[in-house]
Design a protein around this ligand. Sequence first.
Ligand code: FE2
Length: 263
Amino acid sequence: MIDLHCHLLPGVDDGAETLAESLEMARTAVADGTVQLACTPHIYPGLYENDGPSIMAAVDRLQKALDEADINLRLLTGADVQLAPDMVEGLKTGRIPTLAGTRYFLFEPPHHVAPPRMPDMIFRLVAEGYVPVITHPERLTWIEDHYDTVCDAFDGGAWIQLTAGSVTGYFGRRAQYWSERMLDEGRVHLIASDGHNMRRRRPVLSAARDAVAMRLGEAAALDMVRGRPEGILLDRSPEDMPALAGVQQRAERASGWRRWFGR
Ligand SMILES: [Fe+2]
């Protein structure tokens, strides 16, 4: 598997705190079946001031440490990029790194407020040739009231990445409900660990892959943890990627539930 969202770099954000913790996380990822992993620290103005060159240097250092420790994991560069007005310029100048230098990058919407400018920004990014991958929409506090914002972004060319722990129910019923709904509606491109540490947020994917396989079939599950990530690393255009899968029957049943429960 290829995990395209993980806070593995030590001491640069709220992910791994020490090199020892990074190494332990890397061993956990490898044991779970991950062979390539993108180091995607937060870029959050005023809070986590990471940038392309500093992330690349940190990835090189960590790769050397993994090699020395005989941990067979290939690291890739990336970032978990908080929505900001100067995103396009940041991507163009390399201040904001994309996933392994491709057109795809992780786009983190604000957690607690639906951003009124998000549709404009998605439009601009796509017009500039980028593919914003929206990270864990299922965990946003505003998704109930503004699910249309997520759907509009999807329709506008953004990709959707769910967090593995949401799919398995680890983050509670609500995140699982939204994960399953988006899976059933055929809106999910990727699953990633968003691993942060060895306590509550470990870098594991296999349980979520298996849960998606039960729901949508083995091929759809593999597309989310291998097929599309491989395509991203080759910088294939979205049109040349595996087709999205949903289960219409289940989506219809879900909409029946929504009619009953008013959402
Ligand atoms: Fe993240």
